[in-house]
Write a protein that binds this ligand. Structure first.
Ligand code: PLP
Length: 449
């Protein structure tokens, strides 16, 4: 149908016409039988088309850290669209790209001083992996091509990300993956860590598995290790105490780059600008996305160390140093949204706020421990996970029931993964809103028991 015919036919893409959208990471047929639609958002609430308020227990998709409908961000995007809708950043530039890069570099720890922009977490990860390979090559260590990820890691859906990621369902249908990838073991063992708040005591020794991989493959074949400081998408797995420091020591000893995927943990989720700061570990690269614009305009990127950036700045000055980039890298609307978002984080001290309310948040989430279905609870920063007893023979169905009934009957939005409910509310959440969220979860989990 062309546009004119579409108009003549009175075609209106309303929620009654759901077929055309092939929905990502969604059970399309089940969803379209009983859709979960929201059409407005404000503060920590979404609204259904009939006006019902739904508490946002997941900051959208772990991204709306400043809360929804923030006027300064909205106005910055509007003004930017009017002033400069698009500008190329291949061989040209626009002021806000440089401003935002400087602001992010200031927030990042230590010598992480340079920012490469992408448009999503997935692109950020693939960018970081490519920079790692290219860095070794420009340094004359072209044999370092192997990439090490971790079981239960999620690094988006590009071929690089699913290769280093540790989720078989995300790989199964897509062929051969990147060659030369290996994985560290994940760090979760319920028998040793159940109901830990923050970093569990057990598990730092699992970082030593990297020594085993180095012995197996040879350090001179390994380019980088990539981990989420706190694995989010596979059920919220805070790092064991001392684990990340140990990974840093081993990677540094062998000249291997360490990449933290902070797509979820960046911008205050763990009570600091980046988890690297919270855990006192400086990686060589940090990937970010989501919270950089509080989810308002797609944006991602990689903060790289001065040493990595400098390694590319050699040879004739007219030669492009890195053959990589996206048409929409540093898109003006995303940069405007990012700058306005960082202003809110700074002016409302939202990272400090997340740190200050972490204990209260944990108390409230842990109050669900007495419910019969609850097998484990984990919290860190403003993130919580509640593991539910699976329905025998149908893994994942219990939590899916929680997602569906939560939305339709209890007006609460959560993320679920496996049989885990994950919560990560906007950092602006008040005490009363936390109570509302946890009360709804209590009634929901009781109802699905
Ligand atoms: N890396 C991590 C740690 C994530 O949690 C995600 C998304 O949740 C991604 C990468 C992928 O981000 P995107 O969906 O923006 O591509």
């Amino acid at each position: 149908m062309d546009l004119a015919t579409e108009v003549d036919a009175g075609f209106e893409p309303t929620p009654n016409n759901l077929e055309a959208f092939f929905m990502p990471f969604t059970a399309n047929r089940a969803f379209k039988k009983r859709p979960r639609i929201v059409n407005r958002a404000e503060g920590v609430y979404y609204f259904k088309p009939d006006g019902t308020r739904v508490i946002d227990g997941s900051a959208g998709l772990w991204c709306c850290n400043a809360g929804h409908g923030r006027k300064p961000i909205v106005e910055a995007i509007q003004a930017q669209a009017a002033e400069l809708d698009f500008a190329p950043v291949f061989q040209f530039g626009h002021p806000k790209a440089f401003q935002l890069a400087s602001r992010i570099a200031l927030l990042a720890p230590g010598s992480l001083d340079h920012v490469f922009f992408a448009n999503s977490g997935s692109e950020s990860i693939d960018t970081a992996l490519k920079i790692a390979l290219a860095h070794h090559r420009v340094k004359g260590e072209a044999s370092r091509t192997r990439l090490i990820g971790r079981e239960r890691g999620y690094h988006g859906v590009g071929f690089g990300g699913i290769s280093v990621g540790g989720i078989v369902a995300n790989r199964r249908m897509f062929g051969a993956m990147l060659p030369g990838v290996d994985h560290l073991p994940h760090t979760y063992d319920r028998s040793k860590q159940a109901f830990s708040r923050g970093e569990p005591d057990w598990g730092a020794h699992l970082a030593d598995e990297l020594e085993r991989l180095v012995a197996l493959h040879g350090a001179d074949t390994i380019a980088a290790v990539v981990v989420e400081p706190m694995a989010g998408s596979t059920g919220v797995l805070p790092p064991p105490k001392g684990y990340l420091k140990r990974l840093r020591e081993i990677t540094a000893k062998h000249g291997i780059l360490l990449i933290f995927d902070e797509v979820i943990t960046g911008f205050g989720r763990l009570g600091a600008a980046f988890a690297a700061e919270r855990f006192g570990v400086e990686p060589d690269m940090i990937t970010f996305a989501k919270g950089v614009t509080s989810g308002t305009v797609p944006m991602g990127g990689v903060v790289v160390s001065k040493a990595i950036y400098d390694s590319f700045m050699q040879g004739p000055e007219h030669i492009i140093e890195l053959f990589h980039g996206y048409t929409y890298s540093a898109h003006p609307l995303a940069c405007a949204a990012g700058l306005a978002t960082l202003d809110i984080y700074r002016d409302e001290r939202l990272f400090e706020r997340a740190a200050a309310i972490e204990g209260t948040f944990a108390d409230k989430v842990f109050s669900l421990k007495d419910l019969p279905l609850v097998e484990d609870i984990r919290t860190i920063g403003l993130v919580g996970a509640i593991d539910l007893t699976p329905i025998p023979g149908s893994p994942g169905l219990r939590a899916l029931n929680a997602l569906e009934r939560g939305f339709h009957e209890f007006d609460v939005m959560t993320r679920v993964t496996g049989d885990t409910i994950a919560i990560s509310p906007p950092l602006t959440i008040t005490d009363a809103e936390m109570d509302e969220l946890v009360d709804k979860l209590r009634r929901l989990i009781t109802a699905i028991s």
